[in-house]
Design a protein around this ligand. Structure first.
Ligand SMILES: Nc1nc2c(ncn2[C@@H]2O[C@H](COP(=O)(O)OP(=O)(O)OP(=O)(O)O)[C@@H](O)[C@H]2O)c(=O)[nH]1
Ligand SMILES: [K+]
Ligand SMILES: [Mg+2]
Length: 460
């Protein structure tokens, strides 16, 4: 049976921190959370009671020790449990200067029972109070870190509980199946529906199929969070570094007429139409006696293998652009093959080059700009297709830990389907419930008992 919620412990420290970015700004927001938040608000503003909940009121912030006025701003009070952390929260909105925020933080440090917050402490308290599950916490972190529009949308969706609802839905079904099975084991002398075990088998098999399909879907969420990796590959002097600079709109990589200029992998972060991209410039692929260049070529191949998109750039100024050193990469039907320097070809931008499989590479001249917009559109299309999770699509997994937990769930369920005894099936189902619960941070089994007692009313 569920015990009533424990009363809030009185010895939890009240924490405070600057919640807006430090430095010069119009406004700086400082938050205080915990049992002494109200006292801190009153001590710094000279009020005897806090303002009405969630109402901003003007106040002078004073150092309680000296009475010196530190700033003139707004204060708000969010009584628990209806606050971000679930505790009493006081918020000071002052001016965003370094000295001003420092003075306010020093004054708060002097209030009894207050201590500076560790990084993430407010969110940790929100999680402990059940205000946010782990996926929402991660969504919040991603939202703060979001650099592109698509990242922002994904983070907001996860923060809003899309992933939590999906996994909690699976978990509820699993908990129900497990509860029914536990009941057949523990109360086998009671009247239980005959068809329970076949129905359970069918439920578990359906869950395995759904989870397997979700795991098999391309890792869009992770790509959108971390960036789609695009590697630019090709023979020396094809213009790879020139292309990276053109896409980045800055001189990120060294360009020269000397073949073998680029040795290390040079990474550039881009925003292509709202999608984050990690573009990699690589060493020209060729046989070389130079050990440093050999290492560069090795790194280029490694990057090619790890990339989501391989862009193979051919040298249109070379006698035979279909360089044997890149034949394998060019033959990859997934690769985006581009013929650069069409300005040097007698057949120009409408080049007649065909790949061995009949495909025609996109033509490009970085010198004249011909074909650049089309290439940019082609790369953007690839990136969008890899990273986009449409509004109707199931919420993507955004972290490796989601994937691990889900794979563990599927493995346990698959074992359960083959387990010879109800007790062993139950054990595997329990492992699956626990693995699934790790995604949102729910690891309790209370709800299992709830289902047993609600659905069977055994021993009423
Ligand atoms: N004519 C012409 N020259 C180009 C074009 N694109 C690049 N180049 C020139 O080709 C030379 C090589 O360019 P890079 O960008 O250094 O080539 P890379 O593929 O990075 O070369 P490595 O790093 O040595 O493998 C430079 O002199 C560029 O200015 C183009 O479209 N037309
Ligand atoms: K070069
Ligand atoms: Mg280069």
């Amino acid at each position: 049976m569920k015990s009533p919620p424990a009363p809030p412990p009185t010895d939890v420290p009240t924490i405070f921190a600057l919640s807006s970015a430090p430095g010069r700004a119009g406004v700086a927001v400082t938050r205080v959370s915990g049992p002494h938040a109200e006292a801190a608000l009153c001590a710094l503003t000279g009020r005897t009671t806090p303002p009405a909940p969630r109402r901003a009121v003007r106040a002078r912030f004073r150092d309680p020790a000296t009475g010196e006025v530190l700033d003139d701003g707004l204060v708000l009070f969010f009584p628990g449990p209806d606050s971000f952390t679930g505790e009493d929260v006081a918020e000071f909105q002052g001016h965003g200067g370094r000295a001003t925020t420092r003075a306010l933080l020093d004054a708060l440090a002097g209030v009894p029972g207050l201590e500076p917050a560790e990084p993430g402490a407010f969110t940790r308290r929100a999680f402990d109070a059940g205000k946010l599950d782990l996926t929402a916490v991660e969504g919040l972190a991603d939202l703060i870190d979001a650099e592109t529009a698509a990242q922002r949308r994904q983070a907001l969706r996860q923060m809003g509980g899309a992933l939590a609802r999906l996994t909690e839905g699976w978990r509820d079904r699993l908990v129900r199946a497990l509860a029914h099975l536990e009941a057949t084991i523990d109360f086998s002398d009671e009247d239980l529906p005959e068809a329970l075990l076949p129905a359970l088998q069918a439920d578990v098999a359906a869950l395995v199929a759904e989870i397997t399909a979700h795991l098999a879907a391309p890792p869009r969420g992770e790509r959108l969070r971390d960036g789609v990796h695009v590697a630019i590959l090709g023979p020396p002097n094809a213009g790879k570094s020139s292309l990276v600079n053109a896409l980045a709109r800055r001189e990120a990589a060294i360009v020269s007429a000397i073949a073998g200029t680029t040795r290390d992998v040079v990474e550039v972060h881009l925003d292509l139409d709202g999608f984050p991209v990690v573009l990699a410039d690589t060493a020209g692929l060729r046989e070389s006696a130079d050990v440093i260049e050999q290492e560069g070529v090795r790194r280029a191949h490694a990057r090619a293998a790890a990339a989501d998109v391989r862009l193979v750039l051919l040298d249109g100024g070379a006698g035979d652009p279909l360089d044997p050193a890149v034949a394998a990469l060019t033959a990859d039907p997934e690769a985006l093959v581009v013929l650069n320097k069409t300005d040097l070809r007698p057949d120009g931008a409408q080049h007649a080059l065909a790949l061995p499989d009949g495909r025609a590479p996109l033509g490009l001249s970085l010198t004249t700009g011909a074909g650049f917009e089309a290439l940019l559109a082609a790369v953007t299309d690839r990136v969008r297709a890899l990273a986009e999770a449409g509004a109707g699509a199931p919420p993507p997994l955004t972290r490796a830990r989601h994937r691990h937990a889900l794979a563990e769930t599927r493995d346990a369920l698959t074992r359960a389907l083959d387990a010879p005894l109800p007790e062993l099936v139950a054990e595997d189902l329990r492992l699956a419930v626990r693995a699934l619960g790790r995604i949102t941070g729910r690891v309790d089994v209370e709800d299992l008992l709830d289902v047993i007692f609600r659905d069977f009313c055994i021993g009423k």
